[in-house]
Design a protein around this ligand. Sequence first.
Ligand SMILES: Cc1cc2nc3c(=O)[nH]c(=O)nc-3n(C[C@H](O)[C@H](O)[C@H](O)COP(=O)(O)OP(=O)(O)OC[C@H]3O[C@@H](n4cnc5c(N)ncnc54)[C@H](O)[C@@H]3O)c2cc1C
Length: 386
Amino acid sequence: MDFNLTEEQLQIQDEIRKICREFPDAYWRDVDRKREYPEAFVRKLTELGWLAALIPEEYGGSGLGITEASIILGEINRCGGNSTACHAQMYTMGTLLRHGSEEQKRRYLPKVAAGELRLQAFAVTEPDAGSESTRIQTMAVRKGDRYLVHGQKIFISRVLQSDLMLLLARTTPYDDLKDKTQGLSVFIVDLRESRGKLEVKPLDLMINQHTSLLFFDGLEVPAENLLGEEGKGFRYIIDGWNAERILIASEAVGDGRWFIERASKYAKERRVFGRPIGANQGIQFPIAQAYAHVEAADLVCFQAAAKFDRQEGCGAEANMAKFLASEASWEAANACFTTHGGYGFSVDYDVERKFRETRLLTIAPVSNNLVLAYLGQHVLGMPKSY
Ligand SMILES: Cc1cc2nc3c(=O)[nH]c(=O)nc-3n(C[C@H](O)[C@H](O)[C@H](O)COP(=O)(O)OP(=O)(O)OC[C@H]3O[C@@H](n4cnc5c(N)ncnc54)[C@H](O)[C@@H]3O)c2cc1C
């Protein structure tokens, strides 16, 4: 059992740090204030091939594992950035890789790897279904060699920044199904050809996340853009959940480390009542406790990633990693905020920005209650709670 990063992994971490130095706090503060997409940062990562880490070499990527992908995303957040701006390309691509035909993979993956196409959007959530994805209503009806899509999605990120989007839609009405996990299908939507049939309404959120409400009004999707088999889409989505949860967990660990580094630095420097505030247990202990929780979450995260990379079942570990890391990061965020006193509210200290950003990870892409429901039911064998 070796918990140390390999030479190659340390090198990846180092390379990411170098890139992040070109995009310091002021850069993230500025895009956050203007609610701009961090285009220059994402372009740089793409150009250097980091967002193609999980694409196999035969399709132009670097064929790295989820462990290395976690190091990349985690380090971005640790350096003060926000990987949610671009993380989806890593796991969205996995659905195409696992379930797409050879022709689809050859058509899209090399261009995604080369940065010629962006696949940063995945549309699942709907207003009336929420966490119950098998209840989605957006309908794709086959007409000859195409599907016509009607319906609505909410909270779909980076649609305006992507060329391609994966779409989960219903191909069999809910009431006609015995098994409610069937009857959903995944499509590759070419957003460049969707004008007039897909309305995108950006949502105003408390974080700089480019997330929209989508209205499909007869959007045509060529039948050749169906991924895998019709009606099996929910299974394909579930297949991607472990990777997604591990990557989100690593981002939360990165955030947690950022908060702890900032908090402990400030606690040593800020003097009140004639001594550093970090000399007070009320300041020191919450930081130390959050540190212990973040580092423990990181170990579970690496355990999940190692199992994933060995192609072993890792549902329990991936879910625990997502839960533990997002909660630990939120704990660290609060400790860091308290440590900064009134300055925590000052935009110039970046604490309030990271505080807002890391809160998301307890809710999306899956809320922690649903993660606990998975552990309770599928790992511990208790009755289904919902
Ligand atoms: C910034 C942002 C970006 C997003 N990006 C995307 C995206 O790109 N693509 C996409 O498809 N979706 C995206 N989402 C949607 C996200 O995945 C959902 O918000 C999330 O899954 C929760 O769904 P909901 O908001 O409908 O909450 P609901 O399902 O309405 O749940 C509300 C609350 O009730 C709790 N709850 C519900 N059912 C149960 C239960 N049975 N037991 C216990 N608690 C329960 C939940 O845990 C939650 O706390 C994004 C969301 C946000 C905020």
